[in-house]
Design a protein around this ligand. Structure first.
Ligand code: SF4
Length: 1016
């Protein structure tokens, strides 16, 4: 038998060669536990065990894949099949063996698929007591999370129902009834799954445990079990792993994160880190006591205090770029860990994109944020519903159609004016004189694809259909020529979409592509966490991932961001104390107390050489932030200072390099796009070719500038290079070159990176001038227009320039109805009426507005009645006197025209006036209203349009019966709002529609499907 490798320290060697008995190997992060398991596997095989008789249980699929690859490389002889798998996969193997080869995984649904299933049958869920709070989606996702967590702790629906029935009403009021209702939801979930002939992953593990109990001899197919990161397994996973082979088992676990208790097992402790150098280990030890000596190689830890989220993202991107280009580090050796992928992750992705650094956003819902997946979704949605305008806009804007913005706007205008669905409008556009011939040609291509798609939409099998659709749209072909580092992942994502369709077809053999389209759109909407794991360090992209899923990663350079004092990480659903078994109450990773220190310990110990810890010192709304206390104590322990990081501007050299890389990617993509058109007889093919050539020449120009002689200024070099290039081009190319904004950008000392992206990406997009809401030389604006533009200029473009039709949500309809009821109530002759009259108006309006009788609608109705009763009471007793309701205003500000309507104006006892706006959403506090636009603008409007000075302005949150005044302490608000208005109007007139993605804006944006900034 071959001895373990000589470089293994003594404790590790002992663990590898330990006799065939239960063993727990305890070691902190980075002490080589996984390597011990791999070497032990090899040692057991050398000792005569068949590889397929050893099961290696890992905590995640990604880690199982990496381990399998590693083991396969080291195995010289043949074997049947290696079982290196998560508990769920091991359960699948056991069940397949126990049921004679059926693969139970095919009938197992992910959380988002279950969400879609439940959403379809939401009326069957007992939901009288649970508050929808504005989102049925959030409520269902919460239920699924809770159910999954209960199953991970082997708590069934019946267990929960028994426990809920035993609760008395002495606790929190209503809590017992709420728990009982949830237990019914849990039961309904189980029933709906059973009726659909499917199960979830929790069922797989408990079914396998049952099988092991009943037919142990049949299913006990493993002679030895190895468990990696045992501390991460939940109760069900632990039990399964232990029962596979109770007498021959080796578990590796981290004692800092709870270890692993295994009756009668020997313990070996690994006491030296092989990964983390001293400073990194010191920082980790400031989080939790780490019982390990540091690795011998050097390392550093830096602490960054950044001037806001954007500065933080930019500083990281700039530093990563330097590390990759200057130090030659592989992108896969860099990991960026963020509290929230949607918030900080998105900001970092944008900053890395700006520098053309290959990166990969790993984790939550990333699959449905992929451009190619969104393309497919948009097509399926459009095929399922011809009036789905957001889907149509995406389909029009993306390959293979790529209609220019101005022509998209024309098509939407046709749809709106003639009241047509998008497909009928596009058919009309092919005859419309205002649509230029080349755009009509592109629209005809779309219509041809659409008709071909419709031909089989109600007859073919969904998986076959998706396969053909991908081919027809050229999505795979397009990826092959793309320059992004994650081409393989994109192709894999397309394959996975096909697998989702195949699994759906297997489950519902009679289902059509139309049904699949609805199903998958709902799955995408769920936003539930998707399985998308970090990759091994060889990956050719920097990985940006959530802090709490960093465990599988180890990298040379690790950046941990967003560590301010207000940081709150998602916490797992709590298991009620009455449902916990003794073993479950002990602390262990993956159980209830996933606290900040544990997460940070894990995050810090990912770093093999360099750790950067950062926080923004101002929040989104301008509030000052402090570092979170554990980080501050780590800094003090290490005796380091905070390094201040302002917003980074590109230096001249890095600007040239980054622009070169960005342009290089564009050129490669253009090659594919334009190449595809050469075979078609398009009217604008020549122009496309010239644009592609010019783009290449610009790339050449950048290469020449990068290599200009030392000492030569950029301006001088640019003049020389331009002169040479211009000698070699046609007249058409010369014209395009001279209209390019690239030179100006390169020479502009104040250059800003967003402008660079605009410069690089801008093709010959004609002006949208015709579609701007202009009045004379100015713009027509409302308070909500200003707000939308300030939130995100691209959102403004979608909403107010394209004017993409949107179906109002149930909550928007509800808000409109409450406004109308109050307006009608106050408009009655002789003043406001009685409470029955007010409620009568609600009754009539409710029917007219077409509300149905779902649980959510019943709840809204109940809230409206309660709110109106309170409103009426408040109204009766208020000392102020309402003088106007729904009063309109129009006034000019410079050349711009401002319009709007104030819900209510009250005269206060002192004779002053108060402007009031009704809201049906969640109340904001004064701090959140600090930069409020709407009421500040109304105050100016009251003065300008009605010559009325108002002393206060307030929002009245109708459902909560709360009035919140806009703070008056902001200096001259009226001057401020004028400046804001003029700035927004100027932005619109200059067609500045660059997106400004942020969590707050994008998470509630109706245009996510078509927005390039919200995808990867
Ligand atoms: S998704 Fe975000 S970036 Fe895109 S338009 Fe909406 S708000 Fe702007």
């Amino acid at each position: 038998m071959e001895p373990p490798p000589a470089d293994l320290p003594e404790a590790q060697r002992r663990a590898v060669t330990f006799p065939d008995r239960p063993l727990v190997v305890l070691g902190a992060a980075g002490t080589g536990k996984t390597r011990v398991l791999a070497e032990r596997f090899r040692w057991l095989v050398d000792g005569g065990l068949r590889p397929e008789k050893i099961a290696l249980v890992a905590a995640s699929e990604g880690r199982a894949d990496a381990l399998r690859e590693w083991l396969e490389r080291g195995l010289a002889g043949g074997y049947d099949e290696l079982v290196v798998a998560t508990p769920v996969e091991v359960a699948t193997v056991l069940l397949a063996a126990g049921t004679g080869g059926d693969t139970p995984r095919q009938s197992t649904l992910s959380a988002s698929e279950r969400f879609a299933l439940l959403m379809e049958r939401i009326d069957e869920l007992p939901l009288e007591r649970h508050d929808f709070a504005g989102s049925a989606r959030a409520l269902l996702i919460g239920f699924l999370r809770r159910i999954d967590r209960l199953k991970a702790h082997l708590i069934t629906a019946d267990d929960y129902a028994r426990w809920a029935a035993s609760l008395d009403e002495r606790g929190e009021p209503g809590q017992a009834a709420l728990e009982r209702e949830f237990s019914e939801v849990y039961r309904a979930h189980e029933r709906i799954l059973a009726e659909a002939g499917v199960r979830d992953t929790g069922d797989l593990v408990s079914d396998a445990l049952r099988l092991l109990g009943e037919r142990g001899a049949v299913t006990r197919r493993f002679d030895h079990v190895l468990v990696d990161d045992g501390h991460e397994l939940d109760l069900a996973g632990r039990r399964l792993a232990t029962e596979l082979s109770p007498q021959r088992i080796t578990v590796a676990a981290d004692p800092v994160l709870g270890g692993f208790s295994l009756e009668g097992a020997e313990r070996i402790s690994l006491q030296r880190s092989l990964r983390c150098p001293e400073p990194v280990l010191q920082a980790a030890s400031a989080m939790l006591d780490v019982p390990a000596a540091p690795a011998e190689h050097p390392g550093t830890v830096s602490f960054w205090r950044c001037a806001g989220d954007r500065a933080q993202a930019q500083s990281v991107a700039a530093d990563v770029e330097r590390v990759l280009t200057r130090d030659g580090v592989e992108p896969g050796q860099v990991a960026v860990l963020v509290p929230s992928l949607a918030r900080e992750g998105q900001a970092v992705a944008v900053a890395l994109e700006e520098r053309a650094v290959p990166h990969h956003l790993v984790g939550a819902a990333a699959f449905f944020q992929r451009a190619e997946i969104r393309d497919l979704l948009a097509w399926l949605r459009l095929l399922a519903d011809a009036s789905d305008a957001p889907a149509a806009v995406r389909v029009l804007a993306r390959p293979p159609i790529e209609l220019r913005s101005v022509d998209i706007a024309r098509c939407i205008q046709i749809a709106r004016r003639r009241k047509l669905d998008m497909i009928a409008a596009l058919a009309a556009a092919t005859e419309a004189p205002q649509v230029p011939p080349e755009a009509r040609e592109r629209i005809r291509v779309l219509l041809k694809l659409y008709r071909a798609g419709m031909a089989a939409f109600d007859t073919t099998r969904p998986d076959l259909y998706v396969h053909r659709l991908i081919d027809r749209l050229g999505l795979r072909r397009h990826q092959l020529f793309a320059a992004q580092a994650d081409v393989v992942q994109r192709l894999r994502a397309l394959a996975r979409f096909g697998e989702l369709a195949a699994a759906y077809a297997r489950r519902s053999p009679q289902a059509t592509p139309r049904q699949f389209a609805r199903f998958i759109a709902s799955v995408a909407e769920s936003g539930a966490r998707e399985q998308d794991e970090p990759e091994p360090p060889a990956a050719q992209a920097v990985q940006v991932m959530a802090l709490d899923s960093s465990a599988p990663v180890a990298a040379e350079h690790v950046y941990v961001l967003g560590l301010h004092a207000a940081l709150a990480l998602p916490t797992p659903e709590p298991i009620p104390a009455g449902l916990r078994s003794g073993a479950q109450t002990r602390t262990a990773a993956g159980e209830g107390d996933l606290d900040l220190r544990r997460v940070l310990y894990l995050a810090f110990t990912r770093a093999a050489t360099r750790l950067v810890v950062a926080y923004p010192d101002v929040g989104e709304r301008g509030a000052a932030l402090r570092p979170c206390p554990p980080v501050e104590s780590a800094r003090i322990t290490l005796g380091e200072e905070w390094e201040d990081k302002p917003e980074e501007l590109f230096g001249p050299a890095e600007m040239l390099h980054s622009t070169y890389r960005l342009l290089r990617d564009e050129v490669l993509q253009d090659t594919m796009r334009v190449g595809g058109r050469l075979g078609e007889l398009r009217l604008d093919t020549d122009l496309d070719v010239s644009h592609a050539i010019v783009r290449y020449l610009e790339l050449l120009k950048l290469a020449a500038l990068i290599q200009r002689p030392e000492g030569q200024s950029l301006a001088e070099a640019l003049r020389d290079v331009n002169a040479r290039i211009l000698q070699a081009v046609t007249a058409e190319q010369r014209e395009i070159l001279s209209s390019s904004a690239l030179d100006d950008y390169l020479l502009d000392a104040e250059r800003d990176v967003r402008r660079r992206a605009q410069v690089v990406r801008a093709r010959d997009e004609p002006s949208l001038e015709l579609f701007l809401p202009k009045r004379g030389d100015g713009v027509l604006l409302s308070a909500s227009d200003i707000d939308t533009y300030r939130t995100c200029p691209l959102k403004y473009k979608f909403a107010r320039v394209f004017r993409i039709p949107q179906e109002p949500t149930i909550h928007q309809r509800f808000g409109i109805l409450v406004h109308q009821v109050l307006e009608r109530f106050h408009a009655r002759e002789g003043g406001a009426g009685t409470l029955p009259a007010l409620l009568g108006l609600l009754d009539a309006g409710w029917r007219r507005a077409g509300f149905a009788d779902t649980e959510e609608e019943r709840q809204l109705r109940g809230k409206a009645v309660a709110a109106l009763e309170r409103y009426w009471e408040r109204f009766r007793t208020e000392v102020s006197e309402p003088v106007w309701f729904e009063r309109s205003f129009t006034f000019k500000l410079g050349p711009h025209l401002l319009r709007g309507r104030v819900d209510r104006v009250d005269r206060l006892p002192g004779g002053e006036y108060e402007l009031i706006d009704y809201k049906t959403g969640r109340p904001k506090n004064s701090e959140q209203l600090a930069d409020d636009v709407q009421l500040s603008l109304y105050a100016v409007a009251a003065r300008e349009a009605w010559s009325l000075d108002s002393s206060t302005q307030a929002y009245y949150y109708v459902l909560d019966d709360r009035k919140v005044a806009v703070p008056l302490d902001q200096g001259d608000r009226s001057q401020w709002i004028r400046e804001v208005t003029l700035e927004v109007a100027a932005g619109i007139l200059s067609q500045g529609f660059e997106p400004t993605p942020s969590y707050a804006a994008c998470s509630v944006c109706d245009y996510r499907l078509m927005c390039p900034a919200a995808e990867h």
